[in-house]
Design a protein around this ligand. Structure first.
Ligand SMILES: O=C(O)CCC(=O)C(=O)O
Ligand SMILES: [Fe+2]
Length: 355
């Protein structure tokens, strides 16, 4: 199991980004100093560590589900492959996605489980999964997804207030009783050759909030204004949170969906398989990704200012969350590639960040 393997230390001679540590137990108590810390992180890099979130045991169980799933015969996993039409639920084989405009292939395998299927279990509402997932729906997936939904909604509520939105405005766009692309992903990356290329290509996240559980290094961010990728060092007992495109657009650019990628783990960690796992909170499928200017003067002001800048940005995509997500997934698939333009069609808000 990934969680009981001894992990070599993260090297101390690689560039890392110092992330703010947010204490979830204080956010839950609506501690204003802690909410301010979260607010600063959300607006500057859009990434932060989260401690005292209380989901570690459940996260370990999801890693165990991922390990059991990846051990299934390849043909069995391929019975649940996500396909090329823009759906991400199910299995994604290594090499199914491009990592850049040149069409270089990704190396990780994923198992993606739709939250809609977890909420509705034992009813199947989006798709079916391998037996290793079904057997753990009650023991593992339901507790993990319930707790992670609560954590991510609590963070969203704190951001909602700071954005000057009416109470519950963001929650209303992320209702758990409406279908969405929200999912839990367990990722296995094989041991790479030293100096191996990018494992998961540079991207911004497609939805609103990612709650990421990392054991090994490899995740990198490109901080605003920098041309050097920096590692995010995994810290025991700390999850990593980052904001995605949807909430950056809703906020009119006040909060940031920062570009990131995954490289083979650095130093001695490079000798190991890399496992990671993420809970992705995304808006309901029908929600249109536009800035919420009519609900917050702060957001209206931010959009006005952004549009006055040279090359002024629009925060009105007119695309639904479902179309935005499916376009991005579909155009990453190597089978759909016609040329560099396919990669460009897979892009979200990273279009305005350096790649
Ligand atoms: O594996 C990681 O550390 C990050 C994965 C990621 O960025 C993603 O799946 O969107
Ligand atoms: Fe990501």
């Amino acid at each position: 199991m990934p969680s009981v393997i001894t992990i070599p230390p993260f090297p101390d001679d690689v560039p890392t980004v110092p992330l703010v540590v947010v204490d979830y137990s204080l956010i839950l108590q609506r501690d204003s100093a802690e909410i301010e810390r979260l607010w600063d992180a959300a607006r500057s890099l859009g990434f932060w560590y989260l401690k005292n979130h209380g989901v570690d045991m459940e996260a370990d169980a999801v890693f165990e589900m991922g390990a059991a799933t990846m051990q299934l015969p390849f043909e069995e996993k391929m019975r649940f492959e996500q396909g090329d039409d823009g759906n991400s639920f199910g299995y994604k084989a290594a090499g199914a996605n491009a990592t850049n405009a040149a069409g270089d292939l990704d190396t990780p395998e994923f198992i993606n489980i739709a939250h809609d299927d977890v909420y509705a279990w034992p009813k199947v509402v989006r798709r079916t999964y391998p037996s290793t997932v079904n057997e753990r729906m009650e023991s593992t997936m339901i507790p993990f997804v319930r707790k992670s939904t609560a954590v991510t909604h609590t963070i969203l509520a704190a951001l909602n207030d700071k954005l000057g939105l009416p109470e519950g405005a963001l929650a209303q766009l992320h209702r758990t009783d409406e279908f969405s692309a929200s999912e839990t992903r367990c990722i296995k990356s094989p041991v790479g050759a030293p100096g191996a290329k990018v494992s998961l290509g540079a991207h911004t996240d497609f939805g609103s909030l990612t709650f990421l559980h990392n054991r090994l290094g490899g995740l990198q961010v490109l901080p605003p204004g920098s041309d050097t990728w920096k590692y995010v060092k995994p810290l025991p007992g700390h999850a990593i949170c980052n904001l995605g495109d949807a909430v950056a657009i809703f906020s009119g650019g006040i909060v940031r969906s920062n570009i990131h990628r995954v490289m083979p783990p650095p130093g001695a960690q490079g000798q190991m398989e890399r496992w990671s796992m993420a809970f992705f909170l995304r808006p309901a499928n029908h929600v249109v990704l536009n800035a919420l200017t009519d609900q917050s003067p702060l957001i209206a002001d931010s959009v006005r200012k952004a549009q006055l800048l040279p090359g002024g940005r629009s925060f009105f995509t007119g695309e639904t969350a479902q179309d935005w997500f499916m376009r991005r997934i579909k155009n990453q698939r190597i089978k759909n590639r016609t040329g560099p333009e396919t990669w460009m069609s897979s892009r979200g808000t990273e279009r305005v960040q350096t790649e």
